[in-house]
Write a protein that binds this ligand. Sequence first.
Ligand SMILES: [Zn+2]
Length: 232
Amino acid sequence: MPILYTLKSEVLEANKSLEKFGLVNFTWGNVSGIDRDEGIIVIKPSGIPYSELKVDQMVVMDLEGNVIEGDYKPSSDTPSHLALYREFKNIGGVCHSHSLWATSFAQAKRGIPVLGTTHSDHFRGEVPCSRPFRDEEITGDYEENTGRLILETFADRDENDIPAVLVAAHGPFTWGKDAMDAVQNARVLEFVAEAAYRTTLLNRDVKQINPLLIEKHFLRKHGKDAYYGQVK
Ligand SMILES: [Zn+2]
């Protein structure tokens, strides 16, 4: 099976899974994947319902945003995805949604603090919220500027440690080793956002957990000394 067909199928399935996992209403989300060797990305076409999506509707582009293959307009958020692929060299997939709990934190302009080990199993610290947009960033190349804003938010953070961000007043972006991994991180993000909200309701004075516990749980699952799960 050609690589491109495989990538298109993966990105199609990842987009369809957004609805299955309850991360989107209507067409409020998009997933992309990249083939680093070929320098091409595949992304959802704009505005087509997930249930109607077909593999040959996926849009194939280069990293400069030129459409290489496909008859449809790519997702309007494509420039944000491209900005992440250009700077975050290890990532293979990007997911954007307006999932309810993560979007609630984004609208509150609050990062999601580490209140438990479910969070630190996946994110090595607070999931940050960007600063608000400036006027000229909204009136200019808005989607490109969304990508820039995410990169600015990660200027002193490691995208490999925290594969998620909240764009203030907008919603979450997540990334991962491929398209489906980016969706999985969006699912975990949604869980930890809801759990953080509920935890704060139960105890308004709750603090971020012990940094040692954050490190312990993150490093059990990530990096060279990871030991969680079965040896492959
Ligand atoms: Zn959006």
